[in-house]
Design a protein around this ligand. Structure first.
Ligand code: SF4
Length: 199
């Protein structure tokens, strides 16, 4: 069959038009519109958070429905990452929820620690402890350690420092929380103060 230049454009134009008509029809899954009730984030509230993994301190948006975490993604309004997350940060969702390898359904991460835990001296296992008991024990140990290690003077100079305690903050504390932590540590005489992320 001889195909003229005009015939070629007519044939390819007709094929393109037929292809577009199919894509725009309900036959095509590529452009099929889902009902709003199927949208993953419908009826969710957004809470802002900071990635817990590295010192970068990237911001994230957590979508929550009825107290359940539905999705985690980068916060486009956050000055550090402007919506992006590295692969590790992008997997933050798995701290709380994982995909069941057998059913492929989303399930609660069975390895997630939701209570304070303590491992006593000499013990090999961690045991749960209440928040009240944990705070009381930490306060008692801080007081004991400070009293035992506090140095008032060195070489005739007043130093008032506590070499027995160090403070390391985490990336999920904001500037105001870190300010209060630093203030409390300084009041105890702690000088070894650092933070995983300087957010
Ligand atoms: S998303 Fe990645 S780069 Fe950003 S804070 Fe988390 S681990 Fe660090």
């Amino acid at each position: 069959m001889d195909l003229t230049r005009r015939g070629f454009f007519t044939a390819t134009g007709a094929a393109f038009a037929a292809s577009m008509a199919f894509e725009l029809s309900s036959q095509s899954s590529a452009l099929a519109v889902e009902p709003a009730s199927d949208w993953k984030l419908v009826n969710t509230e957004e809470r802002t958070n900071v990635c817990c993994y590295c010192a970068g301190g990237c911001g994230s948006l957590c979508s929550v429905r009825d107290g359940e975490l539905i999705n985690v993604e980068g916060d486009p309004d956050h000055p550090v990452n402007k919506g992006g997350l590295c692969p590790k940060g992008a997997s933050m969702f798995q701290l709380r929820n994982i995909v069941d390898p057998k059913t492929r359904e989303v399930m609660k991460n069975p390895g997630r620690v939701t209570k304070p835990m303590v491992r006593r001296p000499g013990a090999s296992e961690w045991e749960p402890i209440t928040w009240d008991d944990a705070v009381a024990e930490i306060a008692r140990k801080v007081k004991e350690t400070r009293d035992a290690t506090f140095v008032e003077t060195e070489d005739g100079l007043t130093v008032n420092w506590t070499p027995g305690i160090a403070s390391l903050g985490g990336s999920q504390q904001n500037s105001e929380e870190e300010y209060l932590i630093t203030k409390m540590m300084r009041s105890l005489g702690v000088v070894a103060i650092d933070n995983q992320a300087r957010v």
